[in-house]
Design a protein around this ligand. Structure first.
Ligand code: PLP
Length: 297
């Protein structure tokens, strides 16, 4: 699913092309909209492109994120009806994603926030259906709250992505007992390039991992895990041994960092190195190119 920021016509033509390419391979592209202008321009772009493939259109409701979306309730009804009247657009349902809820540290906080999301989405669905239009899908959720949307009986799709890799930010949050325990699978490998009395320095700064959700933690060997990573700028990280049982690593030592935020970290790299068998003893099995590298919009 791509979101509403597709108002520029050249971009909408690319969306129409992508929808046709996906349809030819048995896939479906979904776009979220929150304004009648966006719906009309998307319909125009689809008509100009001339493909019969059509495109799934979800009306986005703002369930608390404060980003895109119309308020839940009545405001979504005319948009859903407008989509359903357009021959090349398929009304696919509601986009009801609460991104901030994913990262709330307390499991009770996440559960209560998503309970309100579920009520808002269900109420909006009822209003659209009362206007005579079935709502095929309510979609949203992410790694932090997926158990709640899954159990709601209201959501038909979970958009979780980070669970595949996990990151230091998600790992810091309190786990709900119902939540699966996802393991870390994304690391940035780095080497110690300088050792001083007070700290060591490694060659991974924030050009190699995203720090918007906090700094990385140090993974793998028990001795390394006690090290504290601090921001050393663009190309460097500072390592402190301030835990009672910690020792500074030696020059040349290899470390694996668990990035603070996995999604924007992946986008900083051309390739992922696929290792099977664990970091210490595993073997490289695949080099995976990051196709979306630099595809920022
Ligand atoms: C709209 C939307 N849905 C789902 C997700 C996935 O969330 P997570 O990676 O936390 O599982 C994101 C993440 O940025 C998102 O923007």
């Amino acid at each position: 699913t791509i979101t509403n920021q597709v108002i520029a016509m050249p971009k909408l033509h690319r969306v129409a092309r992508l929808a046709a390419l996906l349809a030819a391979r048995g896939g479906r592209l979904g776009v979220a909209v929150d304004h009648i202008d966006g719906i009309e321009r998307l319909a125009e772009a689809m008509a100009q492109y001339g493909s019969d493939a059509g495109i799934d259109v979800l009306v986005e409701i703002d369930v608390g994120q404060g980003r895109c979306g119309v308020p839940p309730g009545e405001a979504a009804v005319p948009l859903a009806l407008a989509v359903s009247r357009s021959p090349r657009l398929r009304f696919a349902g509601l986009q009801a994603y609460h991104g901030r809820a994913q990262h709330l540290a307390s499991s009770v906080g996440r559960r209560e926030t998503i309970a309100a999301v579920v009520r808002a989405a269900d109420h909006t669905r009822q209003l659209i259906e009362a206007a005579g239009l079935p709502v095929p899908l309510i979609t949203g959720s992410g790694t932090g709250t997926l158990v709640h949307e899954a159990a709601s009986g209201v959501f038909g799709e979970l958009q979780a992505g980070s669970f595949l890799f996990m990151d230091a930010d998600y790992a810091r949050n309190e786990r709900d007992p119902a939540q699966p325990a996802f393991e870390h699978a994304l690391y940035v490998k780095t080497q110690v390039v300088s050792v001083r009395d007070t700290h060591a320095v490694c060659d991974a700064g924030h050009k190699s991992h995203a720090i918007d959700s906090g700094l990385p933690t140090v993974a793998l060997l028990p001795a390394d895990r006690t090290l504290r990573y601090a921001n050393g700028g663009d190309e460097h990280g500072l390592l402190y041994a301030d835990a009672p049982d910690a020792r500074l690593p030696s020059l040349g030592h290899m470390l694996w960092l668990i990035p603070g935020h996995c999604d924007p970290t992946v986008n900083l790299h051309d390739f992922l190195i696929g290792v099977r068998g664990g970091l210490a003893a595993g073997t490289v099995e695949r080099i995976i190119r990051v196709d979306a590298r630099g595809a920022l919009t």
